[in-house]
Design a binder for this molecule. Structure first.
Ligand code: SF4
Length: 251
């Protein structure tokens, strides 16, 4: 089994067979298809940051978080080494999550304004958070190969959400670039030239099969650097999330 999980084709094989998000997540957390990321996530969990000495780090792939019938998806980049990689839940236990969950709570889309640990009782309402790369990368920078290897997990997740999904907010240019081929594969028509990432960028992607289209919305990533330099303020984040929630029928 361990050999299967380390094979580069493991995500593609396993994701395609997942019948629901529970099956998808349980296959995902066993994935070891990217040797560099597996080594990094486990080393971070072994060495630990002084403030988290007492923690048992998750040190595995971090699954998406939120209900299976979400109408709004939020797609980030990858788990933070001492955030999601420590706690095992997206944007949980790191400064980006503090900003993101406060904004979601202010809009009535989260039960609490903060996310501390996996069992803190936080619930999302109509929103699912995920990422194109599910393991923490060194310097928050996955390689193109790692991004492409991980793609089947997000592709299947969005496919399973598709019956209820109305809008996707993408946090940052990396997620935007990673998501476009996933959306094309899911049967959505991408305009040419390809839509460019920008804060507040918005495009409605028609469904090639005649179904309901999907709104794609860009937003700067609430990274510590973006927030501390004022590139992204809580008000800017709140405005984009409110707009997307409206497009998703949540407000
Ligand atoms: Fe698997 Fe994705 Fe982690 Fe690579 S980044 S090991 S494909 S879960």
């Amino acid at each position: 089994m361990a050999d299967e999980e380390t094979a580069p084709g493991f995500p593609l094989r396993r994701a395609a067979h997942a019948r629901d998000l529970l099956e998808l997540d349980s296959a995902l957390v066993a994935c070891r298809a990217c040797p560099r990321l597996v080594a990094w996530r486990e080393e971070v969990g072994r060495v630990r940051r002084r403030a988290y000495r007492e923690w048992e780090y998750w040190a595995r792939p971090v699954p998406g978080f939120g209900p299976a019938d979400a109408s709004l998806a939020i797609v980030g980049l990858a788990p933070a080494a001492h955030g999601g990689n420590r706690t095992g839940r997206a944007f949980t236990g790191d400064p980006s999550g503090d900003v993101l969950y406060a904004a979601l709570h202010a809009l009535g889309l989260a039960s609490r304004p903060s996310a501390v640990r996996r069992d803190d009782g936080l619930e999302l309402y109509g929103v699912r958070i995920s990422m194109p790369v599910h393991c923490a990368p060194p310097d928050n920078t996955p390689t193109v190969t790692e991004r492409d290897t991980c793609r089947p997990w997000l592709a299947r997740e969005l496919e399973l959400l598709r019956p209820t999904l109305r809008a996707v907010v993408v946090l940052g240019g990396f997620g935007w670039q990673a998501l476009l081929p996933v959306l094309a594969h899911a049967g959505l028509r991408l305009p040419r030239p390809r839509p460019r990432f920008g804060h507040g960028a918005e495009v409605l992607l028609p469904d090639l099969a005649g179904g309901r289209g999907l709104h794609l919305v860009g937003c700067y990533h609430p990274s510590r650097r973006n927030v501390s330099t004022g590139i992204l303020t809580p008000a800017m984040l709140g405005e984009v999330l409110a707009r997307a929630a409206g497009l998703a029928g949540l407000r």
